[in-house]
Design a protein. Structure first.
Length: 291
């Protein structure tokens, strides 16, 4: 069965969400609609729909015009077994001691590695993206330097790969939170698949706004692999919930955005200890000032 996509961009979250909702009422009806912020600092949002029949060009033009969006680009996709494609394209990833793999590559786990199983169908946050890879490397560096996390949180956890990595090497339970309900379900599935149920607890929360996070803090390590805007907004709360001398590993930051994030965290008493660029993305390791 052929698949058609219709994609556009426009400024602002609210208009993008409104356009996404309007697309769901089209005839033919899309099989799915997505609304995403473009991760380039432009302020643009992408709105896209998938269709099993060619979408109505006139209706798309009217929607784009009404909401100030760019003209839709409609494409027909070739029929592809996407899970098989992802399995071919996403080779296992080594990040220091950590080895991120799908079940189809279970026989490739090296002796002595800390294995992290993420299925191909849940590919976001597998370690192939520069942000996740950078965070895993940062964790490995801290552990090599003798850091032992007693209280660890993964804020905006996605697949929970970072929380699971911490749980693999340190004895205490780890909290993983995400604002998105589906992400929390995916995270819990990954935790169970990695036999870490009871070691990693997955919560639906915005930032640190959850009773379990409040009770477990202050933390000596917090991961936040999100985006520049939410990271900057999180800085005062990070200062409140991070122990003196504790570490924050931050990513989801374009290289040119890193200095802005560093400056805001420094204003909140959390200073740069290490930075790493992987292609377009920067990962920061920060340390909260001692009293």
């Amino acid at each position: 069965m052929p698949t058609f996509t219709a994609l556009t961009t426009l400024p602002g979250k609210a208009p993008a969400e409104k356009l996404g909702a309007a697309m769901e009422q089209l005839d033919p009806e899309p099989t799915g609609v997505g609304v995403f912020e473009v991760e380039d600092g432009s302020g643009l949002w992408e709105v896209g729909g998938y269709f099993t029949a060619p979408p109505d060009d006139t209706a798309l033009t009217l929607l784009a015009t009404a909401l100030g969006a760019n003209p839709f680009v409609v494409s027909e996709l070739p029929e592809t077994d996407w899970v098989a494609h992802v399995r071919r394209e996403l080779a296992p990833v080594q990040a220091g001691r950590f080895f991120v793999y799908g079940s189809h590559d279970a026989d490739q786990v090296p002796d002595g590695a800390e294995p992290l199983l993420i299925e191909a169908a849940m590919a976001f946050g597998t370690g192939h993206h520069g942000t996740t890879l950078g965070c895993l490397r940062a964790l490995d560096r801290l552990a090599n330097a003798g850091v032992v996390g007693q209280s660890v949180a993964d804020v905006g956890c996605g697949t929970a790969v970072l929380a699971m990595a911490a749980a693999r090497i340190w004895p205490n339970p780890v909290l993983a939170s995400d604002i998105d309900e589906v992400a929390v379900e995916v995270a819990h599935s990954n935790v169970v698949a990695n036999n870490l149920d009871g070691r990693v607890t997955c919560l639906e929360a915005a930032g640190f706004d959850h009773p379990d996070l409040l009770a477990a803090g202050p933390f000596d390590l917090v991961f936040a692999n999100i985006l520049k805007g939410p990271l900057i907004a999180l800085a005062p709360d990070m200062a409140q919930h991070l122990q003196p001398g504790g570490h924050a590993i931050l990513s989801g930051i374009l290289n040119e955005q890193a200095d802005d994030v560093i400056a805001v965290y420094a204003q909140n008493g959390i200073n740069l200890a290490h930075r790493e660029e992987i292609v377009d993305w920067t990962t920061l390791t920060l340390t909260k000032n001692l009293p």
